[in-house]
Design a protein around this ligand. Structure first.
Ligand SMILES: CC(C)(COP(=O)(O)OP(=O)(O)OC[C@H]1O[C@@H](n2cnc3c(N)ncnc32)[C@H](O)[C@@H]1OP(=O)(O)O)[C@@H](O)C(=O)NCCC(=O)NCCS
Length: 338
């Protein structure tokens, strides 16, 4: 029933079946989240950064009596990068608690082990069955972030326009739909590199090298995810003093993802954080007419950013937990139980 699956060559019916299961999972576990669309779903499931690999499996129901393919009721993929595999698994709510989730995770874990990777990481949404599931498989909680959601319908646009203009006159803001222009990539990467070592509890941005940043923007585009950037530039030097990144996925264009917001240490205290985020929302309002919400993830320890988000109208939503497990230990434990 479980077989390796390649989204690049899968039939449209299979892609549609994965979408149906994903939306059934969302309706059961995250009913406030918008359902996904089929647009670029194949690319979303198959495109990766250079040097990374994603391997996928599906679990299919028996074919229907009239013939034709069986429905895809379970899906797992693992992204191999560095020395870890990042896992995502979905089981249709109609067939849960039958051991399918466990079988899918172990299938992926065996491959991760064979390929010589050390650990598996997974993002688990708080208050969903996945918490009990990963705990039962021996995954350990590493890290918790809070997701917050901003409903654009609740935004006071006049106040936001003032916030966007409230930056110190030594700086000006620039909006870049699609990503920063190529002449700014190096300065942009430097700004990201500078906060790499700051220990505020947040996961550090990974694309701080100019080529990696180009690759990461290119990968986003290939996956159907449109990046928007607002930069704060110091008037006198042209230095990138701050940046904020939002991505609008074509798979759910009513809800965007706020990625990194960074204000370089020497430029903190000039109102940049608030101004760049406000400017971004003003720009998105006209650039993405379907957009209704923006979601973002923050470490609970990052009080400064949580304060600005609250001023903008973000409401905290759920915990977003990172779990991990040592692959060899997981595989051997389960093999010993068989
Ligand atoms: C987590 C998930 C994969 C589990 O799939 P499943 O097929 O029901 O899991 P299994 O039947 O293999 O469960 C294995 C064990 O996990 C634990 N478990 C599973 N669901 C659980 C729940 N709701 N509560 C507590 N423990 C649970 C149990 O110990 C279970 O063993 P048992 O049934 O013998 O007691 C499934 O619920 C799912 O797809 N969730 C959504 C995942 C996701 O990524 N969501 C976020 C984006 S929408």
């Amino acid at each position: 029933m479980v077989r390796e699956w390649d989204p690049r060559t899968a039939s449209s019916a299979e892609i549609g079946s994965v979408l149906d299961t994903l939306n059934a999972v969302l309706a059961a576990d995250l009913p406030q989240d918008p359902p996904w669309r089929e647009d670029s779903l194949r690319e979303y499931l198959s495109e990766v950064m250079p040097g990374e690999r994603r391997i996928s499996w599906v679990a299919e129901a028996d074919p229907p009596a009239g013939g034709g393919p069986g429905q895809i009721l379970g899906h797992v993929h693992v992204l191999l990068l560095g020395d870890i595999g990042v896992l995502e698994v979905l089981v249709h709510p109609a067939v849960r608690r039958n051991g399918l989730g466990r079988e899918l995770v172990l299938t992926a874990a065996r491959r991760v082990y064979q390929e010589g990777f050390q650990s598996i990481g997974v993002e688990v949404v708080g208050d969903t069955p996945a918490i009990g599931f990963y705990s039962s498989l021996g995954f350990a909680l590493e890290y918790v972030e809070t997701r917050s959601v901003l409903e654009l319908a609740t935004v006071d646009w006049t106040a936001l326009t003032e916030m966007a203009a409230g930056v110190d006159p030594g700086y000006h803001l620039e909006f870049y739909p699609g990503g920063p222009s190529d002449d700014l990539i190096e300065a942009y990467a430097r700004a990201k590199a500078e906060v790499r070592d700051v220990d505020d509890g947040e996961l550090r941005p990974s694309s701080y090298d100019p080529q990696r940043l180009r690759d990461s923007l290119d990968t986003l585009h290939r996956r159907g995810m449109k990046p928007y950037i607002v930069l704060a530039l110091q008037q006198r030097t042209g230095t990138v003093a701050g940046l904020t990144e939002v991505v609008v996925p074509v798979q759910h264009p009513t809800r965007a993802d706020q990625y990194d917001t960074i204000v370089v240490r020497d430029h903190q205290g000039y109102g940049i954080d608030r101004a760049i985020k406000a400017r971004m929302l003003l720009e998105l309002r006209s650039a993405e007419p379907e957009l209704a919400e923006v979601q973002t993830w923050n470490a609970q320890a990052n009080e400064a950013m949580l304060k600005v988000n609250a001023e903008l109208g973000y409401q905290t939503d759920r915990d977003w937990c990172e779990y991990s497990v040592d692959v060899a230990e997981l595989v051997h434990r389960f093999d010993a139980q068989r």
